[in-house]
Design a protein around this ligand. Structure first.
Ligand code: SF4
Length: 222
């Protein structure tokens, strides 16, 4: 049996790793599926905080990639599509498949720790594979989002930003506004993707109150 964190780089999965280590729970690997298009802050946090932390605890950190290392943006551009909130093909292709491919190399049953907090317990679900069992430590410990933030801060780490691709269709209005203001080049890339989309009835960028949606962290959890 192997014990593995499916790591998104956001608050919940970061706090879950700290909690597992604190409680001396079994943990063999932390796996991060890199879409090639995470927010710059996420890459900074992963490289400068999480990787060194895991090294110090002798926990193996693994990065997996989709599409032979082409980014999700490139994949979308080449196919003239955008991520689809209804079909969720991007989550499946850039997160679930590369992670499961890595799991299979281990030739073992897997306990997959999922960083979903107590307030989000309705999002618990089976893995869909009889050799992968999902486990939800934050829910077991009744840890909500604030508890996660407190744990991260108590250990002296900065609180990571919400994880996900910079052009994720689940972005809230505030997140799109932040992207436009702080990373105009990335915002431009999102615009390019939207313009390039062959299904012009679909939209990606939401900057009006009417279109605002706000979804929980870890939308891409496997
Ligand atoms: S973060 Fe958004 S765009 Fe990226 S894979 Fe997940 S659902 Fe798709």
């Amino acid at each position: 049996m192997k014990y593995i964190v499916s790591y998104g780089g956001g608050v919940d999965s970061t706090a879950m790793i700290f909690k597992l280590v604190q409680d001396k729970e079994p943990l063999d690997y932390v796996v991060f599926a890199d879409t090639g298009n995470e927010h710059p802050e996420t890459y900074f946090f992963v490289n400068n905080y999480m990787k060194p932390y895991l090294e110090s605890k002798n926990i193996t950190f693994v990065i997996v990639y989709p599409f032979k290392k082409r980014s999700l943006w490139t994949r979308c551009f080449q196919r003239k599509v955008i991520p689809d909130m209804l079909q969720r093909w991007c989550t499946r292709d850039v997160k679930v498949k590369p992670i499961h491919k890595f799991y299979k190399t281990l030739k073992s049953d897997i306990i997959q720790y999922m960083g979903i907090d107590y307030q989000e317990s309705h999002r618990m679900k089976p893995s869909g594979e009889n050799w992968i069992t999902n486990s939800y430590p934050l829910i077991d410990h009744k840890m909500n989002r604030n508890d996660c933030i407190k744990l991260i801060e108590s250990l002296g780490f900065p609180v990571p930003v919400k994880s996900g691709c910079f052009f994720c269709p689940y972005n809230s209005k505030a997140r799109w506004s932040e992207l436009k203001q702080n990373y105009p080049a990335l915002y431009k890339l999102a615009q390019v993707l939207e313009t390039n989309n062959k299904h012009q009835s679909q939209t990606l960028i939401r900057l009006t109150e009417k279109d605002e949606i706000s979804l929980c962290d870890g939308v891409c959890m496997t």
